[in-house]
Design a protein around this ligand. Sequence first.
Ligand code: ZN
Length: 262
Amino acid sequence: MTAPAYFDTHCHLQDPAFSDDRAAVLARARAAGVSEIVAIASSPADAEEARALTGEATDPMLWFTAGLHPHEASVWEPATKQAIERLLDAGAVAVGEIGLDYHYDNSPREMQRRAFAEQLALACKWDLPVIVHSRDAEDDTLAALAESDIAPNRVVLHCFSSSKRMLDCGVERGYYVSFSGMITFRSFPAAELVPRVPEERLLAETDAPYLAPIPHRGQRNEPAYVVETVVALAELRGADAGHMADRTRRNGFAFYRLARRD
Ligand SMILES: [Zn+2]
């Protein structure tokens, strides 16, 4: 029997938190069975750093995304958009992370909505999926997605921690839903929400370096810990952990439309 393989579909691998020991982090990921990672960007400069990592020969396999996070939306201007377009031409596998964050309101909401809508349009034009960050902005997020031309199977609600109402709406529309290590926290209403997602729309992520799962909570998160998320997903769904690893991995390839090595 072969050991399970895991796909960390959302990791900020280029983050400075990994500057001192990124090779060791990747070695631990490989040892834990993580065979694929997508490095998620928050800005064009961040995407350039993610892209640089994918240029090196790596195992696990590595891809990058390009997009402007809602926290940074106040700098949305033609030059930002052009920089993202260049990165999409250069092989980014998704537009993200993008969305709306009314919890921190780091950028004016009007600018957030504009950057989100225009980046959804970019994803349609490039035929790429979108990674959606939404916090305290459920109605506006769902409305922006509905108003765009994006196909449902090209949307993931990442690091899902919103309401049952939003989850049910996303599931009904056919979006992917990605869960992070937060589902291992006792305070998270995971038992109720996780089983509501159809198996073929389920993704696993770390969102590292943030949100380390139990038993690593409070420490720096890293891609190896996606295993804890997958095990928790399996427990909450009454599924076999090996099956859950394989299913979320296959879903990762389908969502990003990537070629498998094995
Ligand atoms: Zn993230």
